[in-house]
Design a protein around this ligand. Structure first.
Ligand SMILES: Cc1ncc(COP(=O)(O)O)c(C=O)c1O
Length: 430
Protein backbone atom coordinates (compact mmCIF):
# COMPACT_ATOMS: atom_id res chain seq x y z
CA UNK A 1 0.00 0.00 0.00
CA UNK A 2 1.48 3.33 -1.11
CA UNK A 3 -0.65 6.40 -0.51
CA UNK A 4 1.70 9.23 -1.47
CA UNK A 5 0.68 9.73 -5.08
CA UNK A 6 -3.02 8.95 -4.65
CA UNK A 7 -5.74 11.45 -5.63
CA UNK A 8 -8.70 12.37 -3.46
CA UNK A 9 -11.06 10.32 -5.66
CA UNK A 10 -8.81 7.28 -5.48
CA UNK A 11 -8.65 7.64 -1.69
CA UNK A 12 -12.44 7.89 -1.50
CA UNK A 13 -12.78 4.75 -3.61
CA UNK A 14 -10.25 2.94 -1.46
CA UNK A 15 -12.06 3.95 1.68
CA UNK A 16 -15.32 2.56 0.31
CA UNK A 17 -13.83 -0.80 -0.55
CA UNK A 18 -11.94 -1.07 2.78
CA UNK A 19 -15.13 -0.19 4.66
CA UNK A 20 -16.97 -2.91 2.76
CA UNK A 21 -14.22 -5.41 3.69
CA UNK A 22 -14.36 -4.24 7.30
CA UNK A 23 -18.14 -4.55 7.47
CA UNK A 24 -17.85 -8.07 6.09
CA UNK A 25 -15.65 -9.07 9.07
CA UNK A 26 -18.25 -7.98 11.63
CA UNK A 27 -20.74 -10.83 11.13
CA UNK A 28 -17.96 -13.42 11.41
CA UNK A 29 -18.22 -13.12 15.20
CA UNK A 30 -14.46 -13.31 15.73
CA UNK A 31 -12.99 -13.57 19.19
CA UNK A 32 -9.23 -13.22 18.73
CA UNK A 33 -6.60 -11.82 21.05
CA UNK A 34 -3.16 -10.42 20.25
CA UNK A 35 -2.59 -8.90 23.68
CA UNK A 36 -1.14 -11.77 25.66
CA UNK A 37 2.62 -11.67 26.01
CA UNK A 38 2.73 -15.14 27.44
CA UNK A 39 3.92 -18.58 26.32
CA UNK A 40 1.49 -20.80 24.43
CA UNK A 41 0.15 -24.09 25.75
CA UNK A 42 2.70 -25.95 23.60
CA UNK A 43 5.49 -23.85 25.10
CA UNK A 44 4.57 -24.47 28.72
CA UNK A 45 4.12 -28.15 27.89
CA UNK A 46 7.83 -28.28 27.00
CA UNK A 47 8.47 -28.25 30.75
CA UNK A 48 5.94 -30.83 31.82
CA UNK A 49 8.76 -33.12 32.92
CA UNK A 50 8.95 -30.85 35.98
CA UNK A 51 5.95 -32.81 37.18
CA UNK A 52 7.18 -35.78 39.17
CA UNK A 53 10.85 -35.04 38.54
CA UNK A 54 11.71 -35.06 42.25
CA UNK A 55 10.79 -38.67 42.98
CA UNK A 56 11.58 -38.13 46.61
CA UNK A 57 14.82 -36.25 45.93
CA UNK A 58 14.35 -33.39 48.37
CA UNK A 59 17.99 -33.02 49.30
CA UNK A 60 19.76 -30.22 47.43
CA UNK A 61 23.37 -30.51 46.27
CA UNK A 62 24.45 -28.64 49.40
CA UNK A 63 22.45 -31.19 51.46
CA UNK A 64 19.56 -28.95 52.44
CA UNK A 65 16.08 -30.43 52.81
CA UNK A 66 14.22 -28.20 50.37
CA UNK A 67 10.89 -29.04 51.99
CA UNK A 68 11.71 -27.08 55.11
CA UNK A 69 11.91 -23.41 56.06
CA UNK A 70 14.96 -21.27 55.35
CA UNK A 71 17.34 -20.40 52.54
CA UNK A 72 16.13 -16.86 51.92
CA UNK A 73 18.42 -16.50 48.90
CA UNK A 74 17.65 -19.88 47.35
CA UNK A 75 19.42 -23.16 46.68
CA UNK A 76 22.94 -23.36 45.26
CA UNK A 77 22.05 -25.03 41.96
CA UNK A 78 19.55 -22.31 41.11
CA UNK A 79 22.00 -19.57 42.11
CA UNK A 80 24.28 -21.07 39.49
CA UNK A 81 21.45 -21.19 36.99
CA UNK A 82 20.56 -17.52 37.64
CA UNK A 83 24.22 -16.61 37.41
CA UNK A 84 24.40 -18.31 34.03
CA UNK A 85 21.31 -16.44 32.80
CA UNK A 86 22.57 -13.05 33.96
CA UNK A 87 26.27 -13.77 33.40
CA UNK A 88 27.19 -12.86 36.97
CA UNK A 89 28.85 -14.53 39.96
CA UNK A 90 26.52 -16.97 41.80
CA UNK A 91 27.53 -15.25 45.05
CA UNK A 92 25.67 -12.17 43.81
CA UNK A 93 22.41 -13.99 43.05
CA UNK A 94 19.24 -14.28 45.12
CA UNK A 95 16.75 -16.90 43.94
CA UNK A 96 13.16 -15.97 44.65
CA UNK A 97 9.67 -17.23 44.00
CA UNK A 98 7.95 -17.40 40.64
CA UNK A 99 7.98 -13.73 39.65
CA UNK A 100 10.81 -11.35 38.86
CA UNK A 101 8.23 -8.57 38.79
CA UNK A 102 7.66 -9.19 42.49
CA UNK A 103 11.41 -8.83 43.11
CA UNK A 104 11.44 -5.56 41.13
CA UNK A 105 8.45 -4.28 43.07
CA UNK A 106 10.11 -5.20 46.34
CA UNK A 107 13.42 -3.59 45.34
CA UNK A 108 11.73 -0.29 44.47
CA UNK A 109 9.43 -0.43 47.49
CA UNK A 110 12.28 -1.11 49.92
CA UNK A 111 14.47 1.61 48.40
CA UNK A 112 11.59 4.06 48.66
CA UNK A 113 10.41 3.20 52.17
CA UNK A 114 13.35 1.58 53.92
CA UNK A 115 16.50 2.72 52.12
CA UNK A 116 18.72 0.92 49.62
CA UNK A 117 21.09 0.10 52.49
CA UNK A 118 18.28 -0.63 54.94
CA UNK A 119 18.88 2.72 56.61
CA UNK A 120 15.60 4.62 56.66
CA UNK A 121 17.46 7.94 56.62
CA UNK A 122 18.51 7.03 53.07
CA UNK A 123 15.02 6.08 51.86
CA UNK A 124 14.05 7.85 48.64
CA UNK A 125 10.90 9.17 50.28
CA UNK A 126 13.03 11.08 52.79
CA UNK A 127 14.39 13.34 50.04
CA UNK A 128 13.07 16.87 49.69
CA UNK A 129 11.04 17.03 46.51
CA UNK A 130 9.44 14.75 43.96
CA UNK A 131 11.27 11.44 43.33
CA UNK A 132 11.50 10.46 39.65
CA UNK A 133 12.37 7.52 37.41
CA UNK A 134 13.46 7.48 33.77
CA UNK A 135 11.31 5.31 31.52
CA UNK A 136 12.57 4.46 28.04
CA UNK A 137 9.47 4.39 25.81
CA UNK A 138 7.75 2.43 24.53
CA UNK A 139 8.34 0.10 27.46
CA UNK A 140 6.83 -2.48 29.83
CA UNK A 141 3.59 -1.29 31.40
CA UNK A 142 4.07 -3.20 34.66
CA UNK A 143 7.33 -1.35 35.35
CA UNK A 144 5.39 1.86 35.01
CA UNK A 145 2.63 0.61 37.34
CA UNK A 146 5.20 0.12 40.12
CA UNK A 147 6.25 3.77 39.88
CA UNK A 148 2.69 4.97 39.58
CA UNK A 149 1.62 3.03 42.67
CA UNK A 150 4.41 4.62 44.72
CA UNK A 151 3.88 8.15 43.32
CA UNK A 152 7.28 8.11 41.65
CA UNK A 153 7.08 10.54 38.75
CA UNK A 154 7.99 9.00 35.40
CA UNK A 155 9.95 10.80 32.71
CA UNK A 156 9.79 9.45 29.16
CA UNK A 157 13.09 8.81 27.42
CA UNK A 158 13.23 8.06 23.70
CA UNK A 159 14.37 4.62 22.54
CA UNK A 160 16.85 4.49 19.69
CA UNK A 161 18.04 1.48 17.67
CA UNK A 162 20.81 1.00 20.26
CA UNK A 163 18.78 1.45 23.45
CA UNK A 164 17.63 4.50 25.42
CA UNK A 165 18.80 7.87 24.06
CA UNK A 166 21.85 8.13 26.31
CA UNK A 167 22.52 11.82 25.65
CA UNK A 168 19.04 12.52 26.98
CA UNK A 169 19.45 10.09 29.89
CA UNK A 170 22.81 11.55 30.98
CA UNK A 171 21.60 15.13 30.68
CA UNK A 172 18.50 14.40 32.78
CA UNK A 173 20.38 12.42 35.44
CA UNK A 174 23.10 15.09 35.75
CA UNK A 175 20.57 17.89 36.06
CA UNK A 176 18.28 16.30 38.63
CA UNK A 177 19.50 14.37 41.70
CA UNK A 178 15.89 13.42 42.47
CA UNK A 179 15.96 10.99 39.53
CA UNK A 180 16.45 7.77 41.47
CA UNK A 181 16.39 5.15 38.75
CA UNK A 182 15.85 3.96 35.22
CA UNK A 183 13.95 0.93 33.89
CA UNK A 184 15.91 -1.11 31.36
CA UNK A 185 15.01 -4.24 29.41
CA UNK A 186 18.41 -4.55 27.79
CA UNK A 187 17.89 -7.56 25.53
CA UNK A 188 14.95 -7.91 23.16
CA UNK A 189 13.25 -5.05 24.97
CA UNK A 190 9.53 -5.16 25.61
CA UNK A 191 8.05 -4.18 23.17
CA UNK A 192 10.69 -2.94 20.70
CA UNK A 193 12.93 -6.02 20.63
CA UNK A 194 15.99 -3.74 20.75
CA UNK A 195 19.26 -5.09 22.16
CA UNK A 196 21.28 -2.38 23.89
CA UNK A 197 24.63 -1.71 22.21
CA UNK A 198 27.92 -2.08 24.10
CA UNK A 199 28.27 1.69 24.24
CA UNK A 200 24.77 2.05 25.76
CA UNK A 201 25.48 -0.65 28.36
CA UNK A 202 28.72 1.09 29.32
CA UNK A 203 27.05 4.49 29.62
CA UNK A 204 24.22 3.05 31.73
CA UNK A 205 26.76 1.34 33.98
CA UNK A 206 28.44 4.72 34.48
CA UNK A 207 25.23 6.57 35.43
CA UNK A 208 25.78 5.96 39.14
CA UNK A 209 28.83 8.21 39.00
CA UNK A 210 26.86 11.22 37.73
CA UNK A 211 23.48 10.62 39.42
CA UNK A 212 22.17 11.82 42.77
CA UNK A 213 22.60 9.54 45.78
CA UNK A 214 21.05 6.07 45.94
CA UNK A 215 20.40 5.87 42.19
CA UNK A 216 19.47 2.41 40.88
CA UNK A 217 19.46 0.93 37.37
CA UNK A 218 16.64 -1.63 37.22
CA UNK A 219 18.19 -4.05 34.70
CA UNK A 220 15.32 -6.39 33.81
CA UNK A 221 16.89 -9.04 31.61
CA UNK A 222 13.60 -10.90 31.13
CA UNK A 223 14.49 -12.10 27.62
CA UNK A 224 18.15 -12.99 28.11
CA UNK A 225 17.92 -16.35 26.31
CA UNK A 226 14.75 -15.85 24.26
CA UNK A 227 16.31 -15.79 20.81
CA UNK A 228 14.29 -16.12 17.62
CA UNK A 229 17.38 -16.94 15.57
CA UNK A 230 20.20 -19.45 15.85
CA UNK A 231 22.76 -16.63 15.72
CA UNK A 232 21.68 -14.62 18.76
CA UNK A 233 22.71 -11.06 19.45
CA UNK A 234 24.92 -10.65 22.47
CA UNK A 235 24.53 -8.19 25.29
CA UNK A 236 27.57 -6.59 26.92
CA UNK A 237 28.04 -7.27 30.63
CA UNK A 238 26.78 -4.39 32.75
CA UNK A 239 28.46 -6.08 35.71
CA UNK A 240 31.91 -5.77 34.13
CA UNK A 241 31.36 -2.13 33.20
CA UNK A 242 30.04 -1.31 36.67
CA UNK A 243 33.22 -2.81 38.15
CA UNK A 244 35.25 -0.51 35.92
CA UNK A 245 33.29 2.56 37.04
CA UNK A 246 32.94 1.50 40.70
CA UNK A 247 29.16 1.64 40.38
CA UNK A 248 28.31 -1.95 41.38
CA UNK A 249 25.88 -0.71 44.04
CA UNK A 250 23.92 1.24 41.44
CA UNK A 251 22.86 -1.81 39.43
CA UNK A 252 20.17 -4.39 40.25
CA UNK A 253 19.58 -7.17 37.73
CA UNK A 254 16.55 -9.40 37.29
CA UNK A 255 15.55 -12.47 35.29
CA UNK A 256 13.20 -15.41 35.58
CA UNK A 257 12.23 -18.71 34.04
CA UNK A 258 8.66 -17.49 33.47
CA UNK A 259 9.08 -17.78 29.71
CA UNK A 260 11.51 -20.68 29.93
CA UNK A 261 9.53 -23.21 32.01
CA UNK A 262 6.17 -22.32 33.56
CA UNK A 263 5.04 -18.69 33.55
CA UNK A 264 2.83 -19.44 36.53
CA UNK A 265 5.34 -21.53 38.42
CA UNK A 266 8.84 -20.50 37.44
CA UNK A 267 11.84 -19.19 39.34
CA UNK A 268 12.89 -15.55 39.61
CA UNK A 269 16.37 -14.11 40.16
CA UNK A 270 17.82 -10.89 41.53
CA UNK A 271 21.51 -10.13 41.18
CA UNK A 272 23.24 -7.27 42.92
CA UNK A 273 26.34 -6.19 44.80
CA UNK A 274 27.09 -7.70 48.21
CA UNK A 275 25.92 -4.46 49.88
CA UNK A 276 22.62 -4.46 48.02
CA UNK A 277 22.04 -8.16 48.61
CA UNK A 278 22.61 -7.87 52.34
CA UNK A 279 20.09 -5.05 52.63
CA UNK A 280 17.57 -6.77 50.37
CA UNK A 281 17.75 -10.08 52.24
CA UNK A 282 17.24 -8.33 55.56
CA UNK A 283 14.23 -6.49 54.21
CA UNK A 284 12.79 -9.56 52.47
CA UNK A 285 13.30 -11.63 55.62
CA UNK A 286 10.58 -9.63 57.34
CA UNK A 287 7.96 -10.97 54.94
CA UNK A 288 9.13 -14.54 54.35
CA UNK A 289 11.26 -17.25 55.94
CA UNK A 290 12.24 -18.53 52.53
CA UNK A 291 11.12 -19.11 48.93
CA UNK A 292 9.58 -22.23 47.38
CA UNK A 293 12.74 -24.32 47.37
CA UNK A 294 10.89 -27.44 46.24
CA UNK A 295 10.16 -25.72 42.93
CA UNK A 296 13.75 -24.53 42.81
CA UNK A 297 14.90 -28.13 43.25
CA UNK A 298 12.55 -29.27 40.47
CA UNK A 299 14.11 -26.68 38.17
CA UNK A 300 17.63 -27.63 39.26
CA UNK A 301 16.98 -31.25 38.25
CA UNK A 302 15.21 -30.23 35.03
CA UNK A 303 18.26 -28.24 33.87
CA UNK A 304 20.87 -30.54 35.37
CA UNK A 305 22.58 -31.64 32.16
CA UNK A 306 25.10 -29.31 30.51
CA UNK A 307 23.51 -27.58 27.53
CA UNK A 308 19.97 -28.31 28.77
CA UNK A 309 18.94 -24.65 28.78
CA UNK A 310 20.17 -24.01 25.24
CA UNK A 311 18.45 -27.14 23.94
CA UNK A 312 15.25 -26.17 25.74
CA UNK A 313 15.24 -22.64 24.32
CA UNK A 314 15.67 -24.06 20.81
CA UNK A 315 12.37 -25.87 21.32
CA UNK A 316 10.70 -22.60 22.30
CA UNK A 317 12.20 -20.97 19.24
CA UNK A 318 10.77 -23.68 16.97
CA UNK A 319 7.31 -22.86 18.33
CA UNK A 320 7.49 -19.07 18.45
CA UNK A 321 9.48 -18.24 15.32
CA UNK A 322 6.76 -19.32 12.84
CA UNK A 323 4.26 -17.11 14.67
CA UNK A 324 6.49 -14.05 14.43
CA UNK A 325 7.11 -14.87 10.76
CA UNK A 326 3.38 -14.90 10.02
CA UNK A 327 2.92 -11.43 11.49
CA UNK A 328 6.09 -9.99 9.96
CA UNK A 329 5.43 -11.44 6.51
CA UNK A 330 1.85 -10.17 6.54
CA UNK A 331 2.98 -6.67 7.54
CA UNK A 332 5.67 -6.72 4.86
CA UNK A 333 3.22 -7.85 2.18
CA UNK A 334 0.70 -5.18 3.16
CA UNK A 335 2.94 -2.22 3.94
CA UNK A 336 6.38 -3.08 2.54
CA UNK A 337 6.40 0.06 0.38
CA UNK A 338 4.43 2.32 2.75
CA UNK A 339 6.20 5.08 4.68
CA UNK A 340 3.24 5.67 6.99
CA UNK A 341 3.80 2.67 9.24
CA UNK A 342 6.93 1.24 10.86
CA UNK A 343 7.35 -1.97 12.77
CA UNK A 344 10.15 -3.86 14.50
CA UNK A 345 11.64 -7.13 13.24
CA UNK A 346 12.87 -8.54 16.54
CA UNK A 347 15.55 -11.21 16.78
CA UNK A 348 14.12 -12.33 20.12
CA UNK A 349 11.68 -11.60 22.91
CA UNK A 350 7.89 -11.67 22.85
CA UNK A 351 6.68 -8.61 20.96
CA UNK A 352 6.44 -6.69 17.72
CA UNK A 353 6.12 -2.94 18.14
CA UNK A 354 4.18 -1.02 15.48
CA UNK A 355 4.31 2.74 15.01
CA UNK A 356 1.46 4.31 13.08
CA UNK A 357 1.02 7.91 12.02
CA UNK A 358 0.31 10.11 15.07
CA UNK A 359 -3.30 9.94 16.24
CA UNK A 360 -4.11 6.50 14.81
CA UNK A 361 -3.30 3.96 17.52
CA UNK A 362 -6.48 4.31 19.58
CA UNK A 363 -8.58 4.32 16.43
CA UNK A 364 -7.00 1.10 15.15
CA UNK A 365 -7.37 -0.61 18.53
CA UNK A 366 -11.06 0.28 18.70
CA UNK A 367 -11.72 -0.62 15.05
CA UNK A 368 -10.15 -4.05 15.63
CA UNK A 369 -11.94 -4.51 18.97
CA UNK A 370 -15.31 -3.77 17.36
CA UNK A 371 -14.90 -6.76 15.04
CA UNK A 372 -13.59 -9.14 17.69
CA UNK A 373 -9.80 -8.69 17.56
CA UNK A 374 -8.42 -7.60 20.90
CA UNK A 375 -5.23 -5.52 20.79
CA UNK A 376 -3.21 -4.16 23.71
CA UNK A 377 -4.80 -0.81 24.62
CA UNK A 378 -3.12 2.10 22.86
CA UNK A 379 -0.92 3.95 25.32
CA UNK A 380 -0.23 0.86 27.46
CA UNK A 381 3.44 0.96 26.49
CA UNK A 382 3.86 4.45 27.99
CA UNK A 383 3.85 5.78 31.58
CA UNK A 384 0.37 6.73 32.77
CA UNK A 385 -1.06 4.93 29.70
CA UNK A 386 -0.36 8.08 27.72
CA UNK A 387 1.35 7.77 24.35
CA UNK A 388 1.81 11.45 23.50
CA UNK A 389 1.68 10.67 19.76
CA UNK A 390 -1.03 8.02 20.02
CA UNK A 391 0.95 5.98 17.52
CA UNK A 392 2.35 2.84 19.20
CA UNK A 393 0.70 -0.59 19.22
CA UNK A 394 2.22 -3.71 20.77
CA UNK A 395 1.52 -7.05 19.10
CA UNK A 396 2.09 -10.28 21.02
CA UNK A 397 2.12 -13.28 18.68
CA UNK A 398 3.30 -16.12 20.95
CA UNK A 399 0.11 -17.27 22.66
CA UNK A 400 -2.63 -17.79 20.04
CA UNK A 401 -2.60 -20.80 17.72
CA UNK A 402 -1.27 -20.13 14.21
CA UNK A 403 -4.70 -20.08 12.55
CA UNK A 404 -5.86 -17.38 14.99
CA UNK A 405 -2.77 -15.27 14.41
CA UNK A 406 -3.33 -15.42 10.66
CA UNK A 407 -6.89 -14.18 11.00
CA UNK A 408 -6.08 -11.58 13.63
CA UNK A 409 -3.22 -10.03 11.66
CA UNK A 410 -5.42 -9.89 8.56
CA UNK A 411 -8.00 -7.88 10.52
CA UNK A 412 -5.30 -5.70 12.08
CA UNK A 413 -3.93 -4.84 8.65
CA UNK A 414 -7.40 -4.03 7.38
CA UNK A 415 -8.02 -1.70 10.34
CA UNK A 416 -4.67 0.05 9.86
CA UNK A 417 -5.39 0.57 6.16
CA UNK A 418 -8.86 1.92 6.89
CA UNK A 419 -7.63 4.32 9.58
CA UNK A 420 -4.78 5.48 7.36
CA UNK A 421 -6.97 6.09 4.33
CA UNK A 422 -9.54 7.93 6.45
CA UNK A 423 -6.80 10.16 7.86
CA UNK A 424 -5.40 10.93 4.39
CA UNK A 425 -8.88 11.59 3.12
CA UNK A 426 -9.54 14.03 5.95
CA UNK A 427 -6.30 15.86 5.15
CA UNK A 428 -6.67 16.00 1.32
CA UNK A 429 -8.63 18.69 -0.46
CA UNK A 430 -11.55 17.17 -2.45
C1 LIG B 1 10.20 -7.01 30.50
C2 LIG B 1 9.46 -7.97 31.39
N1 LIG B 1 9.86 -8.13 32.65
C3 LIG B 1 9.23 -8.98 33.49
C4 LIG B 1 8.13 -9.69 33.07
C5 LIG B 1 7.44 -10.58 34.05
O1 LIG B 1 8.34 -11.47 34.58
P1 LIG B 1 7.94 -12.49 35.74
O2 LIG B 1 6.95 -13.44 35.18
O3 LIG B 1 9.23 -13.12 36.11
O4 LIG B 1 7.35 -11.69 36.87
C6 LIG B 1 7.68 -9.54 31.75
C7 LIG B 1 6.48 -10.27 31.30
O5 LIG B 1 5.94 -10.05 30.25
C8 LIG B 1 8.36 -8.66 30.90
O6 LIG B 1 7.98 -8.48 29.63
Amino acid sequence: MQLDQVTYDQLAELEQSLTADYNAVKPQGLSLDLTRGKPSEEQVALSDALDGILQGNYLTEESIDCRNYGGIDGIAAMKHFGAQLLEVDPANVLVGGNSSLTLMHQAVLYAHLLGVDNNKANAWREEEGQIKFLCPVPGYDRHFSICEQLDIEMINVAMTATGPDMDQVEALVKADPLIKGIWCVPKYANPTGIVYSDDTVERIAALGSIAGKNFRVMWDNAYAVHDLTTTPQTLASITKYSQTYGTEDNIIQFASTSKITYAGSGIAFLSASANNLTAFKTQLGISTIGPDKVNQQRHALFFKEAGALTAHMRKHQALTRPKFDIVLNALEAAFGNCDDIRWTRPAGGYFISVDLLPGLAQQVVSLAGAVGVKLTPAGATFPYGNDPNDSNIRLAPTYPPIAEIERAIHVFILCVKLALVQKKLGESPP
